[in-house]
Ligand binder design. Structure first.
Ligand code: SIN
Ligand code: MN
Length: 210
């Protein structure tokens, strides 16, 4: 494991090839009931270059009218998001060091031209929980910085099977995907990159009994 500035963690080769293949199958199953949708920027309605879907009790969505938010249903077909499969929950348990389950698993699909601008993950009520992300397929250039947009940044190449954990001070670090390196993985038969982002959204209740 590599510890980056502000305590972000990078685990190269976290998933074996077999585990990556199984995870791709799991994602394909999720996409059957929760198809990829086109996220749009708040206010301008400009289409983002990634395609998205979610599993979990809460899914992250964005559109022109209502902006960034979590909701319980798919924005196109109106169905509740599928549950987070146990194999994905196990990844969280293994590396989050956080005692409650994630509620959201955002699935981003990047074609070879897609990218994601520098942003903070701050639509959650609970910043105590880390953000855990898994890369599958083509490599990307990932950039992570400080908690201000103009802070110093570091970029590095994420490969299929790598995990990144934004925790502690880095929980609110700006980060983004600058580019995809085409044809750098054989995992996805048509190329591109999948990123899974696991997040706790609500603060866990302290009540153990009433
Ligand atoms: C994200 O920040 O939503 C995605 C990060 C990634 O694709 O690695
Ligand atoms: Mn993010």
């Amino acid at each position: 494991m590599q510890v980056l500035p502000n305590g972000a963690k990078w685990i190269p080769g976290f998933l074996t090839r077999e585990a990556q293949e199984n995870l791709v199958e799991t994602v394909r199953e999720i996409v059957k009931s929760a198809p990829l949708f086109v996220p749009k920027m708040p206010k301008t309605g400009k289409e983002m270059s990634v395609r998205m879907t979610n599993c979990g009790s809460l899914g992250w969505v964005t559109d022109k009218e209502n902006g960034y938010r979590y909701q319980t249903t798919h924005p196109v077909n109106g169905a509740p998001w599928p549950d987070i499969p146990n194999s994905i929950l196990r990844i969280w348990t293994e590396i989050s060091a956080y005692p409650h389950d994630p509620e959201a698993c955002l699935i981003n699909f990047y074609n070879q031209n897609a990218k994601m601008g520098l942003h903070q993950d701050r639509d959650e009520d609970d910043f105590e929980a880390p953000v855990v992300s898994i890369s599958l397929g083509d490599s990307c250039l990932f950039r992570v910085g400080e908690t201000t947009r103009t802070g110093r940044t570091t970029s590095f190449k994420l490969q299929s099977g790598d995990a990144v954990i934004l925790t502690g001070k880095s929980r609110l670090a700006f980060h983004g995907v600058e580019k995809i390196y085409p044809d750098t993985s054989t995992l996805l038969k048509n190329g591109g990159r999948i990123n899974l982002t696991l997040r706790r959204v609500t603060k866990p209740s302290n009540l153990t009994s009433i």
